[in-house]
Design a protein around this ligand. Structure first.
Ligand code: AMP
Length: 175
């Protein structure tokens, strides 16, 4: 896949780690991107250029938080957290989703969004698409509008985009 010129440097900072966290997974390690001011800023700018009119940014735990928080602060927008189970202290909406083995779920405070909100949903990596789909369903429960999903890296071989055909998705870098 061709990486846009303005993201070539950020792309060069992604580290590919074979067999992490288990055999057969090629882990996209973004920590070198975060450590590098130019790469981090280029990534955040690209994701933020796809707000599509959103008034608030939602980030998925945990690496999605990093990009979402930077986008929100730079654009003077609020930030909503989509968290792993049992982390949020007040009433939550919950969506369960399937993993390769077993299930996981995402939670969001019930009062985090309402029907007047337009939301940009952020994660670091799109793999099979289950996480972003669950995030979009969580946002839909509140009546808020999803203007876009944006991820820094899309792993095209895993076909996550097919699963997300009903929602808009921008990927900065497609590998
Ligand atoms: P999925 O639900 O399969 O699209 O997986 C996406 C979520 O899992 C994201 O929150 C990623 O942080 C993480 N993830 C999945 N595969 C990878 C990978 N190869 N490298 C880094 N993170 C990954």
């Amino acid at each position: 896949m061709t990486t846009p010129k303005h993201l070539e440097y950020a792309h060069s900072r992604i580290s590919n780690v074979p067999d992490f966290p288990k055999p057969g997974i090629l882990f996209k390690d973004i920590t070198p991107v975060l450590q590098d001011p130019r790469a981090f800023n280029d990534a955040v700018e690209d994701l933020a250029s796809h707000l599509n009119g959103a008034n608030i940014v939602a980030g998925i735990e945990s690496r999605g938080f990093i990009f979402a928080a930077a986008i929100a602060a730079k654009n003077n927008l609020g930030l909503v957290l989509l968290r792993k189970p049992g982390k949020l202290p007040r009433e939550t909406h919950v969506v369960q989703y399937q993993l390769e083995y077993g299930f996981d779920s995402l939670e969001m405070h019930q009062d985090a969004l309402d029907k007047n909100d337009s939301v940009l949903l952020i994660d670091d990596v799109l793999a099979t698409g289950g996480t972003l789909l669950a995030g979009s369903e969580l946002i839909a429960k509140t009546g808020a509008k999803l203007t876009n999903c944006a991820v820094f890296i899309e792993i095209s071989a895993l076909n996550g985009r097919n699963r997300l055909s009903s929602i808009p998705v921008h990927s900065s870098i497609i590998v």
